[in-house]
Write a protein that binds this ligand. Structure first.
Ligand SMILES: Cc1cc2nc3c(=O)[nH]c(=O)nc-3n(C[C@H](O)[C@H](O)[C@H](O)COP(=O)(O)O)c2cc1C
Length: 151
């Protein structure tokens, strides 16, 4: 089957991940950095492309993974860490990125490439503006797309 893997700093991606999982009856798994850093430190690291940070061990058991996390400038180091460690190698991925509204496409495309370079197959994507979370979560078209991904 499938599972929902997410990282969230301020709760938006967590909300999306948990709502999607609840509606599709899937388990969630959280990516947690080993060290909690203050916002200015994360902001600084988010400018460094391809940088990972140590994360707590997280199991990915299913072939299909809905991966949800925020746009952070150029890089979200906890997520980059698990992708570069090969955790999603051989998995089929539906990528959901939440963002404030600034240059989401470019970031999403960058992560599609990173996932594919690291052995994952990206079968669907969705950008979710923070201000449109409710609308997306009540969009039947979005859930039909996710159901098609689940097969
Ligand atoms: C370090 C950092 C960098 C961010 N950079 C961007 C950005 O470049 N563009 C954007 O639209 N939003 C940016 N945001 C806003 C988040 O993408 C947005 O609030 C997201 O929904 C937060 O998800 P979360 O609550 O799951 O952490 C940034 C937030 C943080 C903390």
């Amino acid at each position: 089957m499938a599972e929902v893997l997410f990282f969230s700093y301020t709760g938006t991606s967590k909300k999306v991940a948990e709502s999607v999982a609840g509606r599709l009856n899937l388990e969630t798994r959280e990516i947690s950095p080993k060290f909690q850093l203050p916002y200015p430190a994360w902001l600084l690291l988010s400018f460094i492309p391809n940088l990972g940070v140590p994360v707590k061990k997280v199991e990915v058991a299913c072939e299909r993974v809905i991966l949800c996390f925020p746009k952070w400038t150029f890089n979200c180091p906890p997520v980059t860490a698990i992708i570069r460690a090969g955790l999603l190698k051989g998995r089929r991925v539906f990528l959901i990125i939440t963002y404030g509204g600034w240059r989401g496409e470019q970031y999403l495309n960058g992560y599609v490439k990173m996932l594919e370079r690291n052995g994952a197959k990206v079968e669907g994507t969705r950008l979710v503006r923070r201000s449109e979370v409710q609308a997306v979560l009540s969009d039947d078209g979005f859930f039909r797309e996710l159901e098609r991904f689940l097969g």
